[in-house]
Design a protein around this ligand. Structure first.
Ligand SMILES: [Zn+2]
Length: 161
């Protein structure tokens, strides 16, 4: 692999995360610090930093890069971004991924009370609003009306257990 990987220190990572008011926790199995960015509607972005809490540095190998995942109620993964490689442009690249997930959240909910999120269509074509807990709830909204006006009784997804 010809790409140049950079070690990221905990200090540099925390300086970057300050803008997001993130909370930290440690994932014990892999021994990495996870930063949780709280958002609207019980959603949060989890950033798996690869920073080892003992060494205070990111892992050396590039294969397991920084992951960003949108979570619902801190337990269900809603959507992921591609991994951010630890190259010298990591901060800008990670920022773009966090911003993208942030822009996909809404303050609205499906008729069953789950958050609606903006999803990409197949092959990255178009976008629509869908339930955060898909496939457990299959509610989607593609209409032109404001989301706050939406309730379509003909479009009833299966009840969630
Ligand atoms: Zn739903």
């Amino acid at each position: 692999m010809s790409r140049k990987f950079a070690i990221i220190t905990r200090e540099a990572f925390e300086e970057f995360m300050e803008q997001y008011k993130a909370k930290t926790s440690i994932r014990s199995v892999e021994g990495e610090i996870v930063y949780r960015i709280p958002l609207q509607n019980d959603l949060a972005i989890w950033v798996y930093s690869t920073i080892n809490p003992i060494s205070g540095e990111s892992r050396e190998k590039g294969e397991d890069a920084i992951r960003t995942v949108l979570m619902y109620k801190n337990s269900k993964a809603v959507m992921k971004e591609s991994k951010t490689l630890r190259t010298k442009n990591w901060a800008k690249n990670l920022q773009d991924k966090i911003d993208d997930l942030q822009e996909r959240t809404t303050e609205h909910r499906c008729p069953w009370g789950h958050p609606l999120v903006k999803r990409k269509g197949r092959g990255g074509k178009g976008s629509f609003y869908g339930c955060a807990i898909f496939p457990d709830c299959k509610y989607i909204y593609k209409g032109e009306k404001r989301l706050s006006d939406v309730y379509d009784p003909k479009n009833i997804p299966p009840r969630v257990k």
